[in-house]
Structures are given as C-alpha cells and as structure tokens.
Design a protein around this ligand. Structure first.
Ligand code: NAD
Length: 481
C-alpha cells in the first residue's frame, strides 16, 4: 500500500465546507494518498473568544503535518479580530504566495484569451508588518519594511519557480522611482540575483504601469514577482481578468511549511446554496499534491478538471448561454470531474507534473552580508506644532547647539523650511532634520538636543537616527530638498 501523506485540513466558513467536501471527494476518487487531520479555525473560533481565530490544538496539527489545505474563512467585522491569514502566513514563515492566473478561452468568457501568468508575492514584509502610529491629532503613519534577506528569498524563489516550471521570463514590479530605499532595495536585489539566472528573460516595471498592463495585455507576462501590497492588489486584478475569481488556486510556501487554498473568500452571499464553484480550492489542492510528491495524481485531477471546463459543464458564475453546455451546482461539478478522471483536455494545454520535484524548492543559502561602514550623521525628530514653519524654526533654532545644524523642516514629506512654498499645506506633525556640522555625531548629542527641545516645551513624537553606509545616505531627502 502507498504511504499516505498526513495533511491538515480546515473546512472554513461560508462556502468553505461545500467546496472542501467536493475537493476531498475528487482527491479521494483520483487516488491521492492522504491522511487527513481536521482542524477548526475561523468565525466560530473567533466568536468563542480566541482573537486569533485559531486554537492551540490547530498549531499542533500544523507543526506535525507541515502541509495545510485550507478553505476560505470569514473574518468577523469589527471587534479587533486579527486576520487569520496574515497570522498563519507570518507564524509559519510562509514567505511566498504563488498564484497562477490562467484564462480558459473560449470555454470561460474573458477579455484576454492568452493569459497564463504566475504572480509570486512576498508574503511577510512591506506594509503588512502592521506597524502603525498616530503621530498627532491629524496624522497617521504606517511603516513599510523591506529587508534584503526577505527580498533575496522571494526573488530567488521566483527565478527557481520559473526554471522548475518551464517559464521563460520573470518581471519585477516596484515603485522605486518614489520609494528609492525600500522599493529600490527590492529592485536592486532582483537585478543582483537575476545575474545568476541568465537563462531567464527578466525585466522591471514601475507598478502603476505594470498593473495597468496586467489588466490590458496580460499575455506580456510569464512570472511576476512583487512586494506584498502590490502583489495583493495585482493578483486580484489578474484573477478577475481570467474570467472568474472562483477559478484561482494559490499556495503559500515557507522553508518548513506550506498552505494551499483558493484565491477567493468565503462568499457568504451564496453559502449553503450548493452553487459555489469548487475549482479554486481544487486547483490549490493540485498544487498541494505536487508539493507532497504526488505529481501524477495532481496531473490526473488537473486534466480531468480542464476537460470538464472544456465540455462546458460550468457552475453558475461562469455559465454563459452559447458557450457553456450544462449549468451545475457544486455537487454536479464534482461528479463531472470524477467522471473525467483519466481523460485529457482536447484544446486547453494539458497539465504535466511528472518531472516536478516534491517538497517545493530547496533554495540555496542567503548570500553572505557585505558589511558596510555605518556612521551616525544626524537625527530626524518629529513633533506636533500648530503654527507656521517659520515660527517653528524660530522656536527650535535656539535649542540647537554648535555641533549640530537644523538642516530642514518637512511636513508630509515636503520641505517647508528653509525656503519652501507658501502654498504647501501643512498638517500638525512636522519633521525636523538635524545634521552633524563636522561629520559623524554621538548619541549623547541627540539626547542633549532632545533635552533642550523638551525644556522649550516642544512636543516631540518620534526620533529616527540618520546613518550613512559606506558614505551613502541611509535616509531619503525631503521632496523639494
Ligand atoms: P469573496 O471572494 O468571498 O466573494 C466575492 C464574490 O465572488 C462574491 O459575489 C461571491 O459570491 C463570488 N465568489 C467567490 N468565490 C466563489 C466561488 N467559489 N464560486 C462562485 N462564486 C464565488 O470576497 P468577499 O465577499 O470580499 O469576502 C467574503 C469573506 O471572505 C470576508 O469575510 C473575507 O474576509 C473573507 N476572505 C477570506 C479569504 C481567505 O480565507 N483566504 C480570502 C478573501 C476573503
């Protein structure tokens, strides 16, 4: 008898239980060798008073099996509930979110018949750190974190994925014309790691035009790698462009764990009606079978699914009179796929996972860090102020000792002193930049400055040390500086 792979399964909320039952039936009929461990997560768990939505026993199962097939869950509105997806991704170190976005023309209506791309989204960093502050009565701030190791891992994953899956091109998207340090690092690491993958075509696009091109000309793309927030947005655009959000599966991959799911949510509007399309979760399960080394069964299911779509057996949200042949519910669709196990699609590109290795990809170790000389050269101090920039400067200048300069004041990122434009709107949180007059400064100089500001009743909210690395500024200039 074949050894069964233990996996953790959650039926989720809304349409989750319906599409999970259908998916598991197909997996079973196809001969997937799996041993299921069921866990409860989601709405009922949140409402029983577990704010994370996932109880301790569930973590034990996940730690044991390391493979998780998850139906969508509902995050209750209000009440400060944490997103379960973000908790699971970050707790298990699932750094890569992989979303294939394929159109199935002419069988599923889409504006873009030739779309076949994969979005690889960084899953842990960026604005999803959730590090936010209220800085004043009027100003909120959110911190965007991009790290070199985090970027190296996701970029390398994208290139390795392209190689392992016969993809020819990797496109990186960032906004490094504005975020020169954070997005600049992502772009730079993409270029550096790309040097090791010369067999793969590679390019970079600014995210705004890149996202527009995904919507208008998706055939231009093959694999796209992006920081977290852009990846979140662009992958939903891409899923929509394929013709239905109900068709997309996705995997979340880490060094030790992997989670597989549908792209869509729990669709409470159609829950319990038996009409939900199980395809997204099923295609997530296909990715899971490849991951656990059951590529042959994965191919069998994927091809039976393609044949079902080709045969025009469609759930309501993709059913179109003329193109589709028979409208079915979740159960009817499930039976149609089971009947076609062993069949191949006639026109759509058949799936073949026979050569794809199990266990995801083993990435080489991170490149050793190149230490650069770090020197403290100044400090940015944020404070609340309701007057003008000139009045603020007049109040601050007497607090500045001989060894430091007040080099500029900015508001919402724009320089407003010295000089500045009278038209610039200023909120009540200001950033003051102090630089050492003669090279590097000491922490004690900053503390002495803050002490003098404190005695002058200045209401400061944040101080950030400014460093150079091998002489290059590790901080951005203000707009207009
Ligand atoms: P949704 O994806 O659940 O639904 C959007 C629309 O698509 C709805 O009209 C729905 O009926 C339709 N739809 C989605 N999946 C379908 C399917 N398989 N078959 C047919 N139609 C389908 O998005 P939403 O309504 O914004 O979110 C509902 C809930 O899901 C929210 O609580 C949200 O937090 C949660 N959610 C969970 C996940 C997840 O667990 N991975 C992801 C996204 C949203």
């Amino acid at each position: 008898m074949t050894n069964k792979t233990a996996i953790t399964v959650a039926h989720g909320d809304g349409i989750g239980p319906e599409i999970m039952d259908a998916t598991l039936r197909i997996l079973d009929e196809a001969g997937a060798a799996l041993q299921l461990e069921e866990i409860k997560i989601g709405k009922a768990v949140y409402e029983s008073g577990v704010p994370s939505g996932i109880p301790d026993e569930a973590w034990e199962s996940l730690r044991k099996t390391r493979v998780f097939l998850k139906a969508p869950i509902t995050t209750p509105q209000g009440g400060g509930y944490k997103s379960l997806n973000v908790t699971i991704r970050k707790s298990l170190g699932l750094f890569a979110n992989v979303r294939p976005c394929v159109s199935y023309a002419p069988y599923v209506e889409t504006k873009h018949p030739n779309m076949d791309l994969v979005i690889i989204r960084e899953n842990e960093e960026d604005l999803y750190g959730g590090i936010e502050y209220r800085q004043s009565q009027d100003v909120m701030a959110s911190l965007k974190i991009i790290s070199r190791p985090g970027t190296e891992r996701i970029v390398r994953y994208a290139f390795e994925y392209a190689r392992a899956n016969g993809r020819k091109k990797v496109t990186c998207m960032t906004k490094d014309n504005i975020m020169k340090l954070s997005d600049g690092l992502f772009h730079r690491v993409f270029d550096e790691i790309g040097e090791e993958y010369k067999d793969i075509e590679q390019n970079h696009m600014i995210i705004d035009i890149g996202a527009a091109k995904v919507a208008s000309a998706p055939h231009l793309f093959d694999v796209i790698v992006m920081p977290n927030l852009y990846g979140d947005i662009v992958s939903d655009i891409a899923a929509e462009v394929t013709g239905s959000v109900g068709l997309g599966g996705s995997s979340n991959i880490g060094a030790d764990f992997a989670m597989f799911e549908a792209v869509h949510g729990s669709a409470p509007d159609i829950a319990g009606q038996g009409i939900a399309n199980p395809s997204g979760l099923l295609l997530g399960a296909v990715m899971m079978l490849v991951h656990v080394g059951q590529g042959e069964v994965a191919g069998k299911i994927h091809n039976a699914w393609l044949k079902t779509i080709e045969d025009g057996i469609h759930t309501g949200e993709i059913f179109r009179a003329g193109t589709s042949k028979e409208q079915v519910g979740t159960d009817g669709f499930c039976k149609a796929v089971i009947e076609r196990l062993g069949a191949m699609p006639d026109k759509l590109k058949a799936a073949n996972y026979n050569g794809v290795g199990a266990g995801g990809m083993t990435l080489p170790p991170l490149k050793p860090r190149v230490e650069e000389k770090k020197e403290r050269v100044g400090v940015d101090i944020n404070l609340n102020w309701d007057g003008s920039a000139d009045e603020l400067a007049a109040k601050i200048l007497p607090c500045v000792a001989d060894d430091l300069d007040l080099s500029m004041i900015s508001n919402r990122g724009v320089k407003v002193w010295p000089g500045g434009q009278p038209e610039t709107f200023c909120a009540d949180n200001w950033r003051l930049r102090f630089m050492g007059k003669s090279g590097p400064i000491k922490t004690s100089q900053v503390i002495a400055l803050m002490d003098r500001l404190n005695h002058a009743d200045m209401n400061f909210t944040k101080a950030v040390m400014l460093h150079t690395f091998d002489g290059k500024p590790g901080f951005s200039a203000a707009q207009g500086e």
